[in-house]
Design a binder for this molecule. Structure first.
Ligand SMILES: Nc1ncnc2c1ncn2[C@@H]1O[C@H](COP(=O)(O)OP(=O)(O)OP(=O)(O)O)[C@@H](O)[C@H]1O
Ligand SMILES: [Mn+2]
Length: 526
């Protein structure tokens, strides 16, 4: 097996140097063999022997990698760090540090650094407004009634003066929410996790309790409280539409989406909040404030107003005041960037007795393939990307998805609302994968990354564990328990088997949507 691994030495140019990746990916025989071997290999790549993989670094030298897929330098770096040991699904122990090195290697891989044409002006979601003259100040973008608790900020057009949330908004394009190597990400997530909460109000819409928090620099975050312990599994007698939303599912979904290379979920971090100081005392939402009470054991609880689980019996409680929650960066306000909500063609019936059309009609997908917007462009494969994410994390609650109106049909899908994922680890839900089984269509770049994640040196559970260890709540308890991480590998194997099965029944071109073909055009023949 020839691997596509290209490792960067610290003195090498950064991976964003377009030309060498381009050459590595599309030009050399070596890498093109790598790509096709990944794309066409049988599903069970996890069985392959990964020792003595040859990998060509950016300078064109051949490096021999160890069985862990690490360069000598990376191994040395990981050996110098203190070792914390975790148990994998096979009972073997593996240091978390090796997962961290795997994550670095994964994100440096050419499949995550594919060259793209420069983004055209109209393909950015927002543009900075030209400076307003003093006489026109009243027509500023927004004005708040009360500035109490907020910073007196004077932003100019230089992006360095922009707060991280604004830089995030300005980085949204037609193709993704944020770039792969995003220097702003660290500040953005740090601020979500630590900045003072100036106000907290209930978020209208949706069925379960959630709040919108504001920060001194006018940033906003969507807050979902902890409702279930990490090692608890959703009750088997509960229907998917009655399940709780989990804060750790929102966090883990963000990490998984990023690891899959999609970047279609707004950044989410975990945070422990003081329900009195950071919610009750700062809220101007009287309906919310009225629902606070002290439980018989002295914990401070609240339940808010919503159509599901907003009652004394389902209150969320601090211990005695500390409450774990997820905070997601808010997308630009709808007045600046309208979104369109699309009903999923594979939506469940949300009824205990009715079946949906896709569950009974054998030829359902061929109808969808002819129906706009699935009949043109990338919408069908975009939807398959979402289906794969949902199957991996076992989210049955994808009734709708959203897009930014500005970009029409030719844009990525927002993967919002992931709170009902990661409810059960001991059971997979094959019906979530029905669209892929029925349509047999997948993006080539997605398939390649999935195959990569099934290889031992990038194993999905290891890179997820490593990625989640960066979240502030990891110090309280790992965001996903080991059985949930193991389930990811098992489900990934099922996805790859499904695609393999498709390829046995249909021609390769029918199954694979080749979104990497443009790379060949970008390189002029030598
Ligand atoms: N990060 C975000 N920024 C802005 N808006 C968001 C964000 N996340 C979600 N929303 C919006 O808020 C709505 C409600 O959020 P969410 O879907 O997570 O809650 P819910 O209670 O599960 O809703 P539902 O019951 O409809 O599934 C979403 O449909 C979406 O339009
Ligand atoms: Mn929901």
């Amino acid at each position: 097996l020839v691997s596509l691994s290209i490792y960067q030495e610290p003195c090498d140019p950064p991976p964003s140097t377009r030309t060498h990746i381009l050459t590595d990916l599309a030009k050399t025989n070596y890498t093109s063999v790598g790509i096709s071997s990944l794309a066409e290999s049988p599903a069970d790549t996890t069985q392959r022997d990964s020792s003595n993989l040859d990998a060509k670094n950016a300078k064109g030298h051949v490096q021999i990698l160890t069985d862990k897929g690490l360069s000598v330098k990376e191994r040395k770096a990981s050996m110098n760090k203190p070792v914390s040991v975790v148990h994998d699904s096979t009972g073997k122990t593996e240091p978390l540090e090796s997962g961290l090195s795997k994550l670095v290697a994964l994100f440096d891989h050419p499949l995550y650094n594919m060259p793209t044409p420069p983004i055209a002006e109209e393909d950015w979601l927002l543009r900075v407004k030209p400076k307003v003259k003093a006489s026109e100040k009243s027509s500023q973008l927004w004005v708040t009634d009360s500035v109490e608790g907020y910073e007196d900020v004077r932003w100019n057009s230089s992006s360095t003066s922009h707060p991280p949330w604004l830089r995030f908004h300005l980085s949204i394009s037609r193709w993704q929410l944020y770039p792969h190597h995003e220097p702003n990400m660290k500040n953005l997530t740090e601020q979500l996790a630590t900045h003072r909460i100036v106000s907290a109000v209930q978020k209208s819409g949706g069925t379960q309790l959630k709040l919108v928090m504001s920060f001194p620099n006018y940033g906003l975050a969507m807050f979902k409280p902890m409702k279930q312990e990490r090692d608890e599994e959703t009750n088997y007698n509960l229907y998917y539409f009655s399940d709780f939303e989990r804060h750790n599912a929102e966090i883990a979904a963000f990490h998984l989406d990023r690891i899959l290379g999609y970047r279609r979920i707004p950044p989410v971090v975990g945070r422990q909040v003081d329900v009195v100081k950071e919610i009750k005392d700062v809220t101007i939402d009287r309906k919310l404030a009225r629902t606070f009470f002290t439980s018989p054991v002295g914990n401070v609880c609240f339940y808010g107003q919503c159509s599901y689980y907003c009652s004394t019996e389902h209150a969320v409680c601090g211990r005695p005041k500390a409450l774990e929650a997820s905070l997601a960066v808010m997308l630009p306000d709808l007045s600046l960037a309208t979104r369109r909500s699309w009903r999923s063609p594979w939506r469940r019936s949300y009824s205990r007795s009715k079946l949906a059309k896709w569950e009974t009609e054998p030829d359902y997908c061929s109808t969808i393939k002819k129906t706009p917007p699935y009949d043109k462009g990338t919408r069908l494969v975009d939807f398959m990307d979402l289906v794969i994410l949902d199957f991996l994390m076992s989210n049955m609650d994808r009734h709708h998805y959203e897009t930014f109106e500005k970009f029409g049909n030719d844009t990525f899908l927002l993967h919002l609302d992931n709170g009902r994922a990661f409810g059960r680890h001991s059971k997979d839900e094959p019906s979530i994968l029905a669209p892929l089984k029925q349509c047999c269509r997948i993006r080539r770049s997605t398939l390649l990354r999935l195959r990569l994640l099934s290889l031992p040196q990038y194993r999905l559970s290891d890179v997820m564990r490593a990625s989640l260890s960066h979240d502030p709540l990891h110090s309280v308890a790992p965001l996903l328990s080991e059985p949930h991480l193991a389930a990811l590998n098992r489900r990934l194997k099922t996805v790859l088997e499904t695609v393999n099965h498709c390829q046995k029944r249909q021609s390769k071109d029918e199954v694979i949507y080749d979104d990497t073909a443009y790379l060949k055009d970008m390189v002029s023949p030598a």
